[in-house]
Design a protein around this ligand. Sequence first.
Ligand code: RNT
Ligand code: ZN
Length: 414
Amino acid sequence: MTNYEYAKNTYAKYGIDTEKAMEILKDVPVAIHCWQGDDVGGFDSDEALSGGIQATGNYPGKAKTPDELMADIDKAFSLVPGKKKLNLHASYAIFEDGERVDRDKLEPKHFAKWVEFAKKRNMGIDFNPTFFSHPMVKDNLTLSSPDEEVRRFWVEHGKACVRIAEYFASETGVPSVINFWIPDGYKDIPADRYAPRERFKKSLDEILAVPFDRKKVYVTLESKVFGIGLESYTVGSAEFCLSYATANGITPLMDNGHYHPTELVSDKIPTLLLFNENIALHVTRPVRWDSDHVVIFDDETKEIAKEIVRCDALERVFIALDYFDASINRVAAWVIGARNMQKALLNALLTPNESLAKLQAEGDFTHVLAISEELKTLPFGSVWDEYCERCGVASGAEWIGLVDEYEREVLSKR
Ligand code: RNT
Ligand code: ZN
């Protein structure tokens, strides 16, 4: 009997079909963020990373050109099982023949290279306007700025990005999720909390007035609680973003680094699913703050995946990764986080959710706890290895040697 056959039989004793779990998982898209490859640097300017976010570390080998970033993405994606989407930021526009435009003037053609890249790999593209690392961010404000020139610039950027997302969808045939996140906020206690939010609301209204096909472009809005240097007030708070999304038929996005430390996004998922057709996630790992550490196979990542699966919402939740670690090999960081998201989803699909829910409804909390704890030591690794192999991807620790080799042959020569 192979390890997998043994695992399959063990799971079957709990009423779990490992074959079905793998079959479902291989079609669940996870959006992988381009910005892990270069510490959220982008190609459109040399501005330092701003917006109250930070990538710490200076591991050698960072991608500095589109070709390098694409090569690194290829390497990383080749080591991650399952279906992938490419998640781009507007700052990764690729200008050709010396042409350069500012962010308010971006056009689909500035992303033609990315479309070509994605099409060849049969992937859809998700998108993010970039409201940071730019001289038009004044006093840490963009769409909520009281300076009309600043606000208009960023509204035009938002509109340009909606058009680009529609282009991605049309070209790849896969709907594009475009996420709006602005860093806007104040370091110290504001004298006026209302007006900035009123201006943010007006700006979003203006952006969404641009005609676009809602079957091709899903607009999401990401909330946040604080940023570095923006500790006292965040314009796009949880209440703002949830209310705006509900009122305007767009999709709320929760980043699990954007809440107070004892709040759990896993717990918020079912509530939002009750009130929204779709929801979106940025899966990350906050360590003491919104530190964007690499996603690991920890309890909260598992619980997030379980809620998606239990709520039968694999098709309603847009899953994306959002972390940036510059202190370790960046390709390995991508692979570790993305494999762990896949593991969490597989683990959720290998959980007897219906029978556990039944026990809970019957008030049998003893069995819920006892079985949940037994599940933790089932031979999960053997199903995971089987899944990787069926996806044509290195199983177990094999991938580590492949990244080491890439580091020796490519990254260390940069
Ligand atoms: C910042 C948000 C946002 C960014 C990316 C780069 O706190 O999480 O999603 O991380 O847009
Ligand atoms: Zn995020």
